[in-house]
Ligand binder design. Structure first.
Ligand code: ADP
Ligand code: MG
Ligand code: MG
Length: 483
């Protein structure tokens, strides 16, 4: 088995050694800091908190201290980010690859099928997207046994927390500046996190490429959004640094107010749109009626820059991730051998359910696998005995429903005691962490304008929980302390 140097097994910050009084003092300071600096989300217990900014806010759930993370792994995750960007772009251009790889899934998964229909329609239009913008986040876990940093998934639509993640890094830096002497730690070992500005730069540059000074950026949002402040941070940076205006619209509003001019310009409520930035549209529940699907198609047919386009969205599905992990598939999209090796080094085992040997193995040892449908946003995967039961059920039924899923090697990250702060209360628990690396990609025809790593998000969750979503209530926001 391949190994890499570096291990997160020795946290530099010794959580066992910190006395309770100091913890409570730090937690109090952290809560004050969060409230004063906008590290907040809508408070679900307050009725209007998902609709009206400023009505009902609570601090975002966070880890009190950063998690120890090996510097070499952080560096390699940064290095591979532009390669993932390039890969997604190349895959997005291969319409047949996307359609063929998802053709079996299409038969059994209505949601994926609707996305593919939109994709087919724009293929038929023979429309080329000259300007392409990706704001992605690749997620990783550090496997304890092999010490490998393994890729969980890449999010090409609605990557959350570009705003709040930067604030958590700031919060931790501020706590270590104040208490570092007691903790024996140095705030400089928390890497700078500039995601929010880098994403704003990318949106602004895309807007510039579109070249219509009267056009706006449109953030496509859910009708109720408790994570709105994360989005507002990004729009504030866009306005303050670049003087570009962002408007917020739901899919239903876009259906009502949207129109396509003969030249392809997208107007929403009479406002020309240069860039469509999705913070919704990744889950079946985002499309409660035909109106939302009409809106998605309308935007896709327009000349506006979609972040993501339907092709980028599909390129980020778990089925495509699994297809790309098959032997000799990366070679179809990338020329550089070193780049291919870098990607393969972080791929975990991924299999289609038509591989009967692996299905047999997963039925025997379900705890070593995760079963994943084509869904985003957390809370959809199948673990443990449920893997076995579902695989046996699929075998019994013998239909094509197995094409809705992929199987993935289960990764076992190191479990450490951590302090998690939720709803104003700090408690200690055994937890695991997942690193997210943000990246931006912008090109116009042959000109690659941006292809960079942009910053990070660490998410920490109680080790007994399988899923990792912060918004879904499983995890807290965190940052990292390089070791
Ligand atoms: P989603 O798109 O819904 O976020 P993910 O593939 O990221 O789907 O899975 C959700 C969560 O499940 C992850 O954040 C992680 O905590 C956990 N998870 C996913 N894949 C694995 C894996 N192979 N091993 C262990 N945990 C996993
Ligand atoms: Mg995802
Ligand atoms: Mg995920």
């Amino acid at each position: 088995m391949e190994t890499q140097e570096g291990s997160a097994s020795k946290p530099v910050i010794d959580f066992h050694g910190i006395d309770e009084e100091l913890i409570q003092k730090m937690a109090y300071d952290a809560l004050v800091w969060s409230s004063l600096h906008g590290l907040v989300v809508g408070d679900k217990s307050v009725q209007r908190s998902g609709k009206v900014p400023g009505a009902g806010m609570v601090h975002a759930p966070f880890a009190l201290l950063p998690v120890a993370f090996p510097e070499n792994h952080w560096k390699s995750a940064c290095e591979v980010a532009p390669v993932f960007n390039e890969l997604i772009d190349r895959v997005s251009l291969d319409g047949n690859f996307l359609q063929d790889s998802l053709s079996r899934t299409k038969k059994v998964d209505v949601f994926t099928s609707r996305l593919l229909d939109i994709h087919s329609k724009v293929l038929e239009m023979n429309k080329t997207e000259d300007i392409r913008l990706g704001l992605h986040r690749s997620d990783y876990m550090l496997d304890e046994q092999t010490k490998l940093l393994l890729h969980i998934e890449i999010n090409t639509i609605s990557s959350s927390f570009p705003g709040l993640s930067c604030l958590v890094s700031d919060l931790h830096r501020s706590l270590l500046k104040r208490y570092g002497e007691h903790l024996g730690s140095d705030s400089k070992r928390i890497p700078s996190n500039t995601t929010v500005n880098r994403f704003a730069d990318a949106l602004a540059k895309a807007w510039t490429e579109y070249n219509n000074p009267r056009a706006a950026v449109m953030v496509v949002v859910q009708p109720e959004e408790h994570n709105m402040y994360d989005q507002h941070w990004l729009c504030a940076a866009l306005k303050e640094k670049h003087n570009v205006t962002a408007i917020r619209k739901t899919l239903a509003e876009i259906d009502k107010e949207g129109e396509l001019l003969p030249d392809g310009t997208l107007l929403v409520g009479g406002q020309a749109i240069a860039v469509v930035y999705f913070r919704t549209g990744y889950a079946p529940t985002d499309y409660p009626s035909e109106a939302e699907w009409r809106a998605r198609l309308l935007m896709e047919q327009s000349l506006a820059i979609k972040c993501p386009s339907i092709s980028y969205h599909l390129a980020g599905t778990k089925k495509i991730q699994q297809e790309l992990a098959k032997p000799n598939v990366l070679e179809r999209f990338l020329e550089n051998k070193e780049d291919i090796t870098k990607l393969q080094k972080c791929f975990a085992g991924l299999w289609s359910l038509d591989d009967s040997d692996i299905v047999k193995r997963a039925i025997e040892r379900p705890e070593l696998f995760v079963m994943k449908p084509q869904r985003e946003g957390g809370g959809n995967n199948i673990y443990g005995d449920d893997v076995k039961e579902n695989l046996l059920r699929l075998q019994r039924e013998g239909n094509e429903e197995d094409a809705a899923y992929i199987l993935m090697q289960r990764i076992f990250p190191i479990v450490s005691p951590m302090f998690l702060v939720r709803n104003g209360t700090c408690h200690k628990d055994h937890a695991v962490s997942e690193l997210g690396v943000y990246s931006a990609y912008l090109r116009n025809k042959d000109k690659v304008i941006i292809n960079d790593q942009c910053g990070y998000l660490m998410r920490t969750k109680v080790s007994s929980s399988n899923e990792g979503g912060v918004a879904a209530g499983f995890a807290v926001l965190d940052s990292m302390y390089l070791t």
